[in-house]
Design a protein around this ligand. Structure first.
Ligand SMILES: NC(=O)c1ccc[n+]([C@@H]2O[C@H](COP(=O)([O-])OP(=O)(O)OC[C@H]3O[C@@H](n4cnc5c(N)ncnc54)[C@H](OP(=O)(O)O)[C@@H]3O)[C@@H](O)[C@H]2O)c1
Length: 318
């Protein structure tokens, strides 16, 4: 199988490539940011999703069997203050990519997010109506809809949530906590593994309850999604929801760290001020039943994910 991965130097994209390489797939990856730090034994294609002709030309050139589209902007402040550019990259870029996939008969897996929901429903599933509370979520919903109404497209939307893991392509890009939900697990793991205190913000304006997802595990779910024929939305995230404080304690347990290093406090007022115009879903609890049935397995629950990650972490640093 010839697989095209967008955002191949990102957290999710690098895990998709790592797994796909191990399964003998031929890989092409778009490259927007810095050069990957690992040894590249696949085809790299420089690409900016704001360049729609470039997107179309790249897919036509490589004629992949499947495309996993992980590339996205994740900086909430940037998106909110650069809406036209962000829409062009995230929504129009995804539509152009989908048209190109249709042209060459490639299946498209578009990576979306649990932030299509507002975090107020007791339980959401793959068919629940979205209700985003920020511009990022709006763009994810708009992209999902673009694919849903495109005649003749072979596609799956793979939603992710609270992804943690190792960015194998660019380990030095490991991001730090912004306190609002993204990369929270990564922050706690790096702190506790180094024997340093980890501070958990309990609110306001945090994504307190979510489905933490190990990057290598969702990479497997996305690869499965690339290989089935069913169109629609799939919840490819971890199969268990948990609060940030409980997650921090589970991380301490998995990494043999002292739980006394975990402390809780309210969200930093300076961060609250910067994010004052940006809505954050507080508590997203979602079913993954349909996805498990179609893809043949459920993604890891919290304990399984952390256990698997401990093995990856030890192997990576040894
Ligand atoms: N991280 C999470 O907790 C989370 C949760 C839910 C959903 N998601 C979704 O999962 C996907 C992957 O996220 P991630 O955590 O892996 O993010 P990431 O590490 O920041 O990777 C995103 C990649 O997007 C690429 N990119 C950004 N702007 C681009 C542009 N203008 N043109 C082309 N490529 C561009 C970059 O590609 P290069 O590699 O080429 O530099 C970057 O590595 C995204 O769609 C995100 O919305 C993530």
């Amino acid at each position: 199988m010839r697989l095209y991965v967008t955002g191949g130097t990102g957290l999710v994209g690098s895990n998709v490539i790592r797994l796909a390489r191990g399964r003998g797939m031929e890989i092409i990856a778009s490259q927007y940011g810095p050069e990957p730090e690992w040894s590249v034994d696949y085809q790299l294609d420089p690409l900016d999703f704001a360049d729609h002709e470039g997107v179309r030309a790249s897919i036509h050139k490589y004629q992949p069997d499947a495309v996993i589209h992980t590339a996205a902007i994740l900086d909430q402040i940037f998106m909110d203050t650069n809406r036209e550019l962000s829409w062009s990259i995230m929504v129009d870029g995804t539509r152009v990519l989908a048209e190109a996939c249709r042209d060459v008969n490639a299946r498209l897996v578009f990576v979306s997010s649990d932030w299509v929901f507002d975090g107020r429903a007791d339980l959401v599933d793959e068919s629940s109506p979205p209700c985003p509370v920020n511009f990022y979520g709006i763009m994810k919903v708009a992209s999902e809809r673009e694919l849903g109404v495109m005649d003749g497209l072979n596609y799956g939307v793979g939603r992710l949530a609270g992804v943690y893991g190792l960015n194998y392509a660019a380990p030095s890009l490991a991001r730090v906590d912004n306190g609002l939900g993204f990369d929270f697990s990564v922050y706690v793991i790096y702190r506790l593994a180094a024997g340093l205190p980890a501070t958990v913000w309990t609110g306001p304006k945090v994504n307190d309850v979510a489905h933490p997802t190990l990057a290598s595990d969702c990479a497997d779910m996305l690869l499965r999604l690339a290989q089935v024929n069913e169109n629609g939305v799939f919840h490819c995230f971890g199969s268990e929801s948990i609060s940030r404080v409980d997650l921090a304690h589970q991380i301490a347990k998995a990494f043999d760290a002292d739980p006394a290093l975990i402390n809780t406090t309210v969200t930093d007022p300076a961060v609250l001020d910067v994010h004052r115009h940006i809505g954050i879903p507080f508590r997203t609890i979602a079913s993954t039943d349909k996805t498990a049935q179609v893809l043949g397995r459920r993604a890891f629950n919290v304990g399984e994910g952390l256990q698997a990650f401990r093995v990856e972490w030890d192997a990576f640093w040894s």
